[in-house]
Design a protein around this ligand. Structure first.
Ligand code: RB5
Length: 144
């Protein structure tokens, strides 16, 4: 798959929102790689964060979306991988600044703390916003 593919993954708490994100990304014209989970059966969010991190590392996808109950646990797990910059976003300002200033490559959402419309707005904003570079580039480089 080309690097403009967007990988998505979630635990059981994020399963339904992950499906909504998949449909929204497709509606916006993106190619989506769905890495599960595939039901509401309880699973461990680090396993799905790892799946997504591996997909970015091996080139199956260039960016990603992770969903768990809060977005926090799955972002923490993903950020253990040096090539991942996952940002938990609760609104479009978060999503915009995570791209502009932090060059976030993974959007993390909390299905138990934001609603579906906010999630869709975050997805649209995150993937439509380019990294600003400039003074932010050296700071982002220091993270890797
Ligand atoms: C699962 O119950 C929940 O703990 C998980 O989805 C997430 O919110 C952890 O950060």
């Amino acid at each position: 798959m080309p690097p403009d593919t967007i990988a998505i993954a979630a635990d059981h708490a994020g399963f339904e929102m992950k499906n909504l994100v998949r449909d929204e990304l497709a509606r916006l014209g993106h190619t989506v790689l769905d890495l599960g989970t595939d039901s509401s059966e309880s699973v461990d969010y680090p396993d799905f964060a790892d799946r997504l991190a591996v997909a970015l590392a091996d080139g199956r996808a260039g960016r990603g979306v992770l969903v768990c109950g809060t977005g926090i646990g799955i972002a923490m797990a993903a950020n253990r991988h040096r090539h991942v910059r996952a940002a938990v976003c609760h609104n479009t300002s978060d999503a915009k600044l995570a791209r502009l200033h932090n060059d976030a490559n993974v959007l993390a959402l909390g299905a138990r703390v934001i609603g579906p419309e906010v999630a869709k707005d975050c997805v649209a904003t995150f993937f439509a916003t380019a990294f600003e570079g400039g003074r932010h580039a050296k700071r982002v480089a220091k993270m890797s």
